[in-house]
Structure formats: structure tokens, C-alpha cells
Design a protein around this ligand. Structure first.
Ligand SMILES: Cc1cc2nc3c(=O)[nH]c(=O)nc-3n(C[C@H](O)[C@H](O)[C@H](O)COP(=O)(O)OP(=O)(O)OC[C@H]3O[C@@H](n4cnc5c(N)ncnc54)[C@H](O)[C@@H]3O)c2cc1C
Length: 556
């Protein structure tokens, strides 16, 4: 059998290696139009920042490696320009010599990936304007910095690539501003968590210009859609990617609703002998089962392996599932990135996605240290979304410094296995002071959600404060905190210790929301009011701390 694979980065090489493990006799050939293969795209920003000095650390495998280790032929700088599905033939162009030739296949895997989205901007073709997609782009950016010593840069886009590049331009003493066309940063975060992150970045001196895009790029400046001109000796466009589907389209393969290649859960396309994997395909969300386009290295590696396994399955004997297919099980769009000392992660559905999908949701914010304060615990803000009907956890977003990755992966695992909110408390997680708290932030998240859904300990997001007519807002902190640290607009100071004596100041028939700094004393005050007959009592989600952290910063 002759297996041909188009594209040799994450998905293509994973597919090839898996196919070879299953079948030692198949001819396996990969065509790759670029010069680099099997590299870590995710490490490229750190090469720009010089944290990774040698690009070869990110490109450890070359064609010789695949030939010697796997008996796989990798032809770099060879572009597949045409696929004839009737005769199963390919036309290939050698990019170096310009010569074209033909090849044939029995089975084909498209691992053609994605390419940067090119916004319509005048002046985009200039030498100081960059995208970051592959090794050569990273080398070009670093070489430009070293040779031209730019003083200013504009980055367009506030997804993880835009921010990773921001962090890696700063060591070069470049003054960077970030432009975001939307009114909110970071697509994976809901508005409140995005605002929390934005305010933290503003405190760190990052300049973010929201609600405006670049309309024109000049030699040392850009014009924005708000009419302002900003200095820019270099411009990085981190404005997203689009799937490479030109070949698939020309072959008549079915595309999905997202515009990426449609595949079934075995990675087979609409043609039985053609499979596809990685950033060129459409996948599905494992909660909603809806089609999604999520171009991530994690998914590219997984789907590549599945395609490689299924395409070569006839040659292996499985113990319990003889010649069975490997099925993709969907994704949660789990992702994390680092920015300065911050870790920002999300998994599952956002609040906006859960609402759009029609769930009746409970939303809570939980602020907890990653380990005890006597061990320098660092706080993280966890936003969790659960379905009130099934009690299942649907999604989590976390912004913090330490221990975010660990919690995020626990939450991703819980969501994958359809955990219900009351089950989180019972998890037997590891504990010793250098690592966590006796009740971990994951446990607390489950407890707050369970209390809210099952035990009438309702939580009120601070965005809902002005939506409840007659709402009485009780600040349960000390009078000193109320005065010195600021308070929620229209709140009455009624410290927890005084609450029982001052109940006559409140109307038990009207809604009440209590709060403290982060939520614990707010909950204690809430309990008193509920136990004493108040009918509609909420605890403010994330307390005063989250309220304060998500106020819109005033323009200077
Ligand atoms: C800066 C950066 C940071 C990232 N960070 C993360 C991260 O932290 N976590 C994460 O999960 N993901 C991350 N990603 C995403 C991850 O790198 C991609 O999801 C992954 O590389 C996709 O692999 P792929 O093989 O599907 O596609 P690609 O990497 O796009 O590779 C496809 C290859 O196919 C080749 N090709 C296309 N058409 C043809 C043709 N006709 N003939 C021959 N060759 C062709 C292309 O030249 C390309 O090299 C990051 C990406 C970037 C750019």
C-alpha cells in the first residue's frame, strides 16, 4: 500500500509515524512545501524573545530522521498542486527547481494545516509586517529585530499568539501596543474574565487599544480605524488563521459548516480513501456535539494519530477490538497560555457559548490561593459554568499565577467524564502545603456550584446587580474595609458580626445580595438571612474583589 501525506508538521508526521508502527511494509511518503518539518509551532514566540536561542531546538527532526527511524520519505519544498481522484494521482512541484512530476497513492492524508488570516489593510505587503505561523516567519521576525532594532511595534490581535509575541518583543526594548478590533480581549474568555485580564495587563503597563483595527500600514506607523496614528517600526498581525482547504475543495471533498474539511470521527473525509487531520479539519465540541474549528497543536497531534491508525488498521491485530477503528471523541477547546507571571486557561463552554446552546446555567466566580497563604499561596480566579438541569459542569476559565494548569486539567477531565457539581467535593485530590490547600480550589468550585443549584445558596454575578428591582446590597465586611477599600455602588455597610442585630433595617420580602471580600463571609451572611426567613438572598459572585477587578478602567 502506498500512503501519501500532504503536510509535515504536527498532524502529518503524527499520522505517518502511527501508520508506520502499524504497518512495516507500506510505502509512506510525505510532501511538505516548506523547508521545516515536525516543529513545535508553539515554541516559536520564545525563539523570538531569545528564551530559545537555537531554532534547531524547535526543529529536532528532519527528513533524514524520518527516513532512518521510520523508513518514511519526507520531501520538503515540494508542493502538491493537484490531486486526481479518479486515477489517484498527484501533481507535485519542486519549489527549488520549479520542476513538476506525478506520484500516485492508495490512501491519502491531508494534513495541510492552516494559514494566517490576511485582513484587508493597505500596506500589508511591506517588509516590516509579519505573521507568525512557521519557523521561517519566526526567523524573519528575529532577524528583522536584530538588524533594524525597531523601537516601536504594533500587534494586532489579543489571542494567545498576539500576547505571546508581546511578551517576547519586550526583552528587545521595543515599546509595544496591542490593537484589538473587538471590544473585548482574548476570544476564549467571557467578557468579565477578559476584563479582569485586561485590568491586570494595564496594571503591568501593557497598552491595549480595543474596538479598533489597523486600516493602513506606513513605513514607521499605522493608521487605526478610529483615525489615530500610532508609531510602529514593525507590525505583527496575530489576527487568527483559516484552514488550508484549497486542495480539498479542488478535489470535491465536503467542507463542514465552519469552512474546514469535514471528516467523520475516524478522520475519513467524504472520499473513502482520503483522510484529513489537524488544523485543516473541522472537529466537534464534545459537550454540544456541534461542529467547531479549533486549530490547536493538541488536536492536530491527536487527529493525526487517529488518521494514521485508521488508514493502516488492516495490518494490525488488536487484542480486544480486532481491526477496530479509533474514534475521535471531540474536544473541549482546552487551552492555556502564559503572559508575564500570569497563566490564562479555559476549558469547555464559556458562559456565552452555554447560553447560546440553550442551557439554563449557574455561573460562579471562586477566588482561592493555589496553596496556603503561609506557603506564599497565589490567588487564582476561577469562573465556572454548570447546567442547572443536569447539574453537569460545562466550562471553566481561570486567570492566576501559580497552579492554574493543574486545576484546569482537573476540570477538563471532570467535564470530559460528565461530572456533576456535587461530585467535585468528593474528589480525593493530593494535598500537602507546598502543593495545595486541604480543600483544593477545585473542591470549593464544586461546593459553591452545588450550594447554588441544590441548596438555595444563590450566587449573583456582579453584571446582574442592576437587574433586580429593590435589591438590598449588604457589605458584610468591617466598616473599615467598606470605607477604606471601596464598596459596591449603593451597598449598605452591615458587618457580619452585627447582622443578626440589625435585621430590622432590611425588608425580608425584597431581594438581598450579601458580599465580603471574596465570598466566604458573604456566604455566612447569606446563611443568616436565609435561616431567618429572607426569601430571595444571593451572595455576590467573587465578592468585592472580583467586582473591583472587573470595573471598566477609565481612559487616562
Ligand atoms: C506561534 C504559535 C503558537 C502556538 N501555540 C500553541 C499552543 O501553545 N498550544 C497548542 O495546542 N497549539 C498551539 N499552536 C497551534 C499549533 O502549532 C497548530 O495547531 C499545529 O501546528 C497544527 O499542525 P498541522 O500539522 O495541522 O498544521 P500546520 O502546522 O499548519 O502544518 C501544515 C503543513 O502543511 C503544508 N502544506 C499545506 N498545503 C500543502 C501542499 N499543497 N503541499 C505540500 N505541503 C502543504 C504547510 O506548508 C504546513 O507546513 C500555536 C501555533 C503558533 C503559530
Amino acid at each position: 500500500m502506498r500512503i501519501v501525506i500532504i503536510g509535515a508538521v504536527a498532524a502529518g508526521t503524527s499520522a505517518a509515524a502511527k501508520a508506520r508502527r502499524n504497518d512495516d511494509f507500506a510505502e509512506i511518503v510525505i510532501y511538505e512545501k516548506d523547508q521545516d518539518i515536525s516543529y513545535s509551532g508553539c515554541g516559536l514566540p520564545y525563539y523570538i524573545g531569545d528564551e530559545i536561542k537555537d531554532i534547531e531546538e524547535l526543529t529536532p527532526r528532519d527528513a533524514k530522521f524520518f527516513d532512518e527511524k521510520y523508513d518514511i520519505t519526507v520531501k520538503t519544498q515540494h508542493e502538491v498542486t493537484h490531486v486526481n481522484m479518479i486515477h489517484k494521482r498527484l501533481t507535485i512541484k519542486n519549489i527549488v527547481t520549479g520542476e513538476t512530476f506525478n506520484d500516485h497513492f492508495d490512501k491519502l492524508i491531508l494534513a495541510t494545516g492552516a494559514r494566517p488570516f490576511m485582513p484587508k489593510i493597505d500596506g500589508i505587503e511591506q517588509k516590516h509586517v509579519f505573521f507568525l505561523r512557521n519557523v521561517q516567519n519566526a526567523i524573519a521576525i528575529k532577524t528583522f529585530i536584530q538588524e533594524h532594532k525597531p523601537k516601536t511595534a504594533i500587534i494586532a490581535g489579543t489571542g494567545f499568539i498576539g500576547f505571546e509575541v508581546l511578551e517576547n518583543l519586550l526583552p528587545w526594548n521595543i515599546k509595544v501596543k496591542v490593537v484589538e478590533v473587538m471590544n473585548k480581549i482574548t476570544p476564549n474568555l467571557d467578557e468579565d474574565m477578559a476584563l479582569l485580564l485586561e485590568n491586570k495587563l494595564i496594571e503591568k503597563g501593557v497598552e491595549i487599544i480595543k474596538g479598533t483595527g489597523i486600516t493602513e500600514i506606513h513605513e514607521d506607523s499605522v493608521t487605526l480605524s478610529n483615525g489615530k496614528v500610532e508609531d510602529a517600526d514593525m507590525v505583527i498581525l496575530a489576527t487568527g488563521v483559516r484552514p488550508n482547504v484549497d486542495l480539498a475543495k479542488a478535489m470535491g471533498l465536503r467542507l463542514g459548516t465552519t469552512g474546514a474539511i469535514w471528516v467523520d470521527d475516524t478522520m475519513r473525509t467524504s472520499h473513502p480513501d482520503v483522510y484529513a487531520a489537524g488544523d485543516c479539519i473541522e472537529t466537534y465540541n464534545s459537550i454540544t456535539k456541534q461542529a467547531v474549528y479549533r486549530p490547536l497543536g493538541t488536536t492536530a497531534n491527536k487527529t493525526g494519530r487517529i488518521a494514521g491508525d485508521n488508514i493502516s488498521r488492516d495490518n494490525i491485530t488488536r487484542v480486544n477490538n480486532a481491526n477496530g477503528l479509533m474514534h475521535y471523541q471531540g474536544n473541549l477547546s482546552t487551552g492555556i497560555f502564559k503572559l508575564f507571571d500570569l497563566s490564562i486557561g479555559s476549558t469547555g463552554l464559556s458562559e456565552a457559548e452555554a447560553r447560546k446552546a440553550g442551557y439554563d446555567i449557574e455561573v460562579i466566580h471562586n477566588i482561592k490561593p493555589h496553596r496556603p497563604s503561609y506557603f506564599d499561596g497565589e490567588e487564582m480566579v476561577i469562573k465556572a459554568i454548570a447546567d442547572r438541569t443536569s447539574k453537569q459542569l460545562l466550562g471553566v476559565q481561570i486567570v492566576g499565577t501559580e497552579g492554574v494548569d493543574k486545576r484546569l486539567d482537573v476540570f477538563a477531565t471532570l467535564i470530559t467524564y460528565h461530572a456533576k457539581v456535587d461530585e467535585l467535593f468528593h474528589l480525593d485530590l493530593s494535598y500537602a502545603p507546598p502543593f495545595s490547600t486541604t480543600k483544593d480550589p477545585v473542591h470549593y468550585t464544586g461546593m459553591i456550584l452545588d450550594n447554588a443549584i441544590e441548596r438555595n445558596r444563590k450566587i449573583l454575578p456582579n453584571t446582574e446587580l442592576d437587574k433586580l428591582p429593590g435589591l438590598q446590597i449588604i457589605d458584610a465586611r468591617t466598616d473599615k474595609d467598606y470605607t477604606k477599600k471601596g464598596h459596591v455602588e449603593n451597598a449598605i455597610s452591615m458587618p457580619h458580626a452585627e447582622l443578626r442585630k440589625r435585621l430590622n433595617e432590611l425588608d425580608p420580602k425584597k431581594p438581598v445580595v450579601t458580599y465580603c471580600n471574596k465570598g466566604t463571609t458573604g456566604n455566612a451572611a447569606q446563611n443568616i438571612l436565609i435561616n431567618r426567613g429572607f426569601k430571595q438572598v444571593y451572595n455576590l459572585s467573587g465578592g468585592h474583589q472580583f467586582y473591583k477587578a472587573t470595573r471598566v478602567k477609565k481612559e487616562k
